[in-house]
Design a protein around this ligand. Sequence first.
Ligand code: SAJ
Length: 433
Amino acid sequence: MMAGLLARIAEGRPVLCVVGQGYVGLSIAAAAAAAGIPTYGLDNDVDRIAELTRGRNVVPGVSDDVFAPGHQSGLLRPTSDPTCIAGADVVLICVPTPVVEHRPDLRHIEDAARTVAASLTPGTLVVLESTTYPGTTEQVVIPLLESSGLRAGDEFLVAYSPERIDPGNTKYGLRNTPRIVGGTTAEATAAAAAFYRLLVDDVTSLSSCRAAEMAKLLENTFRMVNIALVNELATLAGEQGLDVWEVIDAAATKPFGFMPFYPGPGVGGHCIPLDPTYLAWQSRRDTGRAFRLVETAQDLNAAMPAYVTSRVVEVLNDRGTAVRGAHVLVLGVTYKPDVGDLRESAAVEVVSRLARKGAQITFHDPFIDRLQAMDIDLSRTDLSPERIREADAVLLLTPHSSYDLAAVIEEARLLFDARNAVGLPRPASVVTL
Ligand code: SAJ
């Protein structure tokens, strides 16, 4: 039964079904099709499927140079019909794992597993890619898959392999970002590793699903707590009149034992601020102990929008301008540069806080034409010299690469550079955290 699966993988043409066509699922579905693998891109959003079928890349975070080759290959078949799973050799589950009230919400994973179970056939490899807490694959996904009546390990194989996409990263893509895979059996691990080697240069096999689940959480928790470190350092440096960016760059001259992270208005996206919660939640559930570093770091990062807001109020005040009635032009509101995604964007909270203090906010972001979030509803302003001159302060929160900062500095009476995009030495009209 598995011999057929392994043979089709070895031939480089297993039939693939990717459940979930968000930025993770569509990226790997398109790459697989471009690599000659017949691929179903399964999603229950029929409008999204209709657009993708027409060749329109409607998923934020998926670059056209990833989507286009997949679509043009003629092997990428967007669909909302889950029966395609019955003909698949390999099924990847790439669905969101949100956090709701500080608890993992596995609803999407559970729904996907049930959908797979309804059409699962013997000899299939099922891989979970969604970020989740260790034990999810074995304790949640497998029982749902076995509701098909098939037995995991004997009649179908199960593994876990976390996605490692970095939206907006033009240097690292699917093929040159190393992969880790862990299966419930040695055969599952081997089959998953063989499949991913069709798409990825460097694949590392682990001893279990749980090891792979925990490794992913370590990766993102590592980032989150180190960002919290420099965020807290920024508030301390600010009070001491130190330029935190100079301090970080100085520390980064050490060629070993240090990795620079940078402060800012906060931590956004749907991974870094959320994934570590899975670790904290499981620690409390399984051991009764808090995962203190995660909880403290999340509090520190969550405090940054208020800190940046207070700094803007302070620099306006230093120039004799009350924040109430002050015209603040915000540049960049997405969660990170060159990615058109507002999820968990700290910039949105800063805008909301300043508006609540009575500031007159205008904003520009090349990816967002209307900002509706929290208690704000603003249309994008044009980025003309007049608009910049009108502002009492220009607040650069997300430095998209399309911004001509020299031109902004030329016209701005005051530029608050929350990301040190201007760099050192800083012109007199430019202030920072
Ligand atoms: N941020 C800082 N300071 C830093 C780095 C990031 O404030 O030094 C902020 C960013 O502005 C952003 C947030 O943190 O608001 C998250 O940025 P990110 O680039 O770390 O996170 P994502 O969600 O875009 O992508 C990350 C991947 N990024 C990198 O490895 C650089 C990677 O961790 C995961 O593959 C991916 O999340 C995921 O899907 O888990």
